[in-house]
Design a protein around this ligand. Sequence first.
Ligand code: NDP
Length: 282
Amino acid sequence: MSTPRYAVFGHPVAHSLSPRIHAAFARQTGIALEYTAIDTAPHDFVAALDRFAGEGGKGANVTLPLKEAAFAISATVTERARRAGAVNTLSRNDGRWQGDNTDGAGLVRDLTGRQGLDLRARRALLLGAGGAARGVAPALLDAGISELVIVNRSPERADALADALGEPDRAHSRYWADLGDLGDFTLIVNATSASRDGKGEFSLPFGLTTPRTLAVDLNYGEAAIPFLAWARAAHCHDAVDGLGMLVEQAAEAFEAWHGVRPDTDAVYAELRDRDKVLVTAD
Ligand code: NDP
């Protein structure tokens, strides 16, 4: 019997850590699998997934900019993927793709479990409204934040996300240009890909923060440096990157595919040790 195939699809995807993480989980649990990275431009995504399924592909992770497209092609979706309107994990069942979203669970597990932080009653600012923001927004609401303000470069995407969340009293959108007038937040999440080219500073008003603000960047490695530098300059109480979320969302996907929950601590520690050389995020 051939080895079951899994892959991460994205564009670009060459530096994705998912193959390394899933290989480590597979070694740890004694499960045989092959996991590769497949670079797919958005216009070729459906055809590439079809080819992958035809070659025996059993599951796929999906990263930027394909998460909303993955939602659209899923024959069925889990409740958390439906609320997100974005899919980062696909499972092949009875010749059809089932879509799930493990990003939000991964983020909350990292923040509350590994980092020991309490998210309840925090007033939260979410920067970005792409696939990752869609994944984490419902999970943050479920974790007990008091309010979610969504700000995105393209305001219509922030409006669409706020509408999809369907909690107008707790979750709403504002304009990026109005960031200076939004008051302060005890949780600020950077879910943009603005720093992925490694250029420039992350310039936000310091008035967004308080001495107990938790600043979280979904990016990690070099891409997280500008936002975390801003958070430290603003004297945020905590500044956390997205490496732990990356490992936890992968563990959620691994469990969905293989029915076994891997231990994430050893994999996280190994990647954290190598963080100096990381250049991209999933
Ligand atoms: P998408 O391409 O779906 O969305 C990108 C988001 O970034 C959009 O909101 C976009 O705004 C915004 N953006 C891009 N460039 C700029 C800029 N110059 N200034 C302001 N906003 C900008 O990507 P994803 O949502 O999938 O991913 C977002 C980031 O999160 C990525 O860097 C990714 O690596 C990281 N991530 C980390 C994960 C982890 O496990 N740690 C998991 C998932 C993602 P607009 O709508 O206007 O284009």
